[in-house]
Design a protein around this ligand. Structure first.
Ligand SMILES: Nc1ncnc2c1ncn2[C@@H]1O[C@H](COP(=O)(O)OP(=O)(O)OP(=O)(O)O)[C@@H](O)[C@H]1O
Length: 257
């Protein structure tokens, strides 16, 4: 199987007026079709830098990033990006916000509205099309952001802390919704999160990074029984706490290095 993502020896140095800082070094990572992986690690270890390289928003100083067999040279409609903030335009209706990715990539067609309407319905937002973002709760707005991302049908989704601005209950609901939606569609996903329990509950594999500079410290496969159930129930599965403590212990060690 051709991996969806292949990072080969990625190193990135941010150069500012005053200094050059080595953010990540020697990152080798391969993500298989349909796989859901999480990147975890201390603040500043380069998680967002890695996503930006995969998204084609950042040209790495060294190394190559390959997505769907092609070297990344800029943003591509094959890759969807979902962020902590929903970035909905307040002056556009929910329907028009959800259509924006198709509009920008010049792929609007006569069926687009009804396709987006079915996606909104699937996310429990069937009646929200004519409303404006200010009329929706934070969780609803983040679901609209998911619809907007899915509307362009990217094979790979990059999720950069998409739940961190939400209350705990909404976050748990969205975790389930996203995993279910992506699994059903056979999408590949890379999640960046500070919440280790969320990483284990949602993923097939957890990638732990260390910092100064950011390197891959260790990868952890999530056992099948945990992956087989929704994230909410995953937390109650045998082996979940053991894996949590194992990764947590490594994180503590990294923090002291
Ligand atoms: N535009 C930039 N210019 C200079 N340095 C940067 C820039 N963006 C990130 N950095 C630095 O690169 C390193 C990695 O940053 P990055 O945001 O990728 O880490 P992160 O793991 O996503 O952090 P966090 O968990 O806090 O969101 C940090 O030391 C950060 O200060």
């Amino acid at each position: 199987m051709v991996p969806v993502v292949e990072l080969n020896d990625i190193t990135h140095v941010y150069v500012t007026d005053r200094e050059a800082s080595l953010a990540v070094e020697g990152i080798d990572l391969s993500v298989e079709p349909g796989e859901f992986i999480s990147l975890v690690g201390p603040s500043g270890c380069g998680k967002t830098t890695i996503l930006s390289v995969i998204a084609g928003l950042l040209q790495p100083t060294k190394g190559t990033a390959i997505v769907n067999g092609k070297q990344v040279s800029g943003p591509s409609p094959e890759v969807g990006y979902m962020l902590q903030q929903d970035y909905l335009f307040p002056w556009r209706t929910i329907m028009d916000n959800a259509l924006i990715g198709l509009e920008l990539t010049e792929r609007l067609n006569p069926d687009s509205r009804s396709e987006v309407q079915s996606l909104l319905k699937e996310m429990g937002l069937g009646g929200s099309g004519p409303l404006y973002p200010s009329q929706l709760s934070g969780g609803m707005r983040q679901r609209v952001a998911l619809v907007r991302t899915l509307a362009t049908d990217p094979g790979l989704l990059l999720l950069d802390e998409p739940f961190s601005a939400l209350d705990y209950q909404t976050k748990l609901q969205l975790e389930d919704l996203i995993v279910e939606t992506l699994k059903e569609r056979g999408k590949t996903a890379i999640l960046v999160t500070h919440d280790l329990s969320e990483a284990i509950a949602m993923s097939d594999r957890v990638v732990l990074l260390n910092r100064n500079p950011g390197r891959i410290h260790r990868m952890f496969d999530v056992p099948g029984n945990i992956r087989a159930v929704q994230p909410f129930y995953a937390r109650k599965e045998p082996g979940f706490n053991e894996l949590f403590h194992e990764i947590w212990g490594e994180m503590q060690r990294i923090g002291k290095e």
